[in-house]
Design a protein around this ligand. Sequence first.
Ligand code: MV4
Length: 449
Amino acid sequence: MFKKILIANRGEIALRIIRTCKEMGIKTVAVHSTVDRDSLHVKFADESVCIGPAPSSESYLNIPSIMAAAEITNADGIHPGYGFLAENARFSEICQEHGVKFIGPNAEMIRKMGDKMSAKETMIAAGVPVIPGSEGLLENIDQAKGIAAKMGYPIILKATAGGGGKGMRVVWKEEEMEHNYHNAKIEAKAAFGNDGIYMEKFVEEPRHIEIQIAGDQYGTACHMSERDCSIQRRHQKLVEESASPFMTPELREKMGQAAIKAASAINYESVGTVEFLVDKHRNFYFMEMNTRIQVEHGVTEEVINFDLIKEQIKIAAGIPISGKNYLPQMHAIECRINAEDPYHDFRPSPGKITVLHVPGGHGVRVDSHIYAGYTIPPYYDSLVAKLITMAQTREEAIDTMGRALGEFVIEGIKTTIPFHQQLMRDERFRNGDFTTKFLEDFHLKPEEE
Ligand code: MV4
């Protein structure tokens, strides 16, 4: 087992990892930028190292600085959290070259899933359902028009180096193909330095349902059921839940087995997530695989009563997993509380938290790094807390969420709390009647002051 883990991250996820390390008797090293000097992850870790100035390119993405911090503190493992270096294949490789275990998959696994077209080809070969589309990357506009004519419009153009919604273009009819094709390529080149694009049939009003999986170093893989992440705004998830209100036991079994196939196809080692699009007929299609722990992992932890960070660390240490699959025993919902103003297009609202009251009581979990007097810096993501509630039924979990949101007091900054309060009262949401388009038609009522 590891003796000392360096956490190459900040905020709530750094804290989350430190907590599990403490329970496992593993020492922790926090790294931080100059503006994060007073952060809780620094205070809660056994040791800390400043790795650079505020911009993440010079601190949390600064590989030489992080490797130096691991070396001087004698860390034998590095946990990347999510974001930053979590899916950087080169970083995983560098850790390996320096004899420090990267707590996540190796470079080859990250690369296989990082290129979306090759990931899709791997899935086809493994027998995992994928969205019908081009075989390989598109070569020219005429070829693109030919494939689209055969398949039928609408279609979607996606960057092979993209993911998470970046660099996508929906094309509704042939006249729109030419400029979308060009723009998609230009955008992809600018954003990823790779202009490879491919085509898929556009699935209208799908649900985004993902399966949590784990694989160990000995080829065993299992699934831990689904999370429904359909409540998104501009590809930013705002609410996640498990079980999905759209799920059936049969579909869960089928999607769980498909996710295991996906993980096994690359001999996946660590915890990970296989994302699927699910259409109204409950057909499901592989979208992408995330080779990291995700923001929303907590809802799965609550419904299966299991510490995913502990499992991830154990897998990295070479401990085998049991191989059994996990089914939801509860219902859990997560609301992302961001430092954003939901009344003004969710614009960022960094600044000092003057007053703070955190909700508690039965069925409530709060994962957060904030405290009264803490200043949210403008340099990083706007997540300030993950509020999770759990209960026997979905309806009760929503009611508990409504109650907990009402207790949550964060003064000094704007937050997404009022948005979530209105969402929890929305009839369609309460009925589980939503797709990824839901928030386009959801309009916040004016402020109640
Ligand atoms: C799609 C799609 C419809 N059809 N692919 C968005 C994120 C990226 N992982 C893929 N995405 C989509 N791919 C086909 N063939 C619709 C989306 C999509 C979406 C997916 C999940 C959650 C929210 C979304 C919002 C808009 C579009």
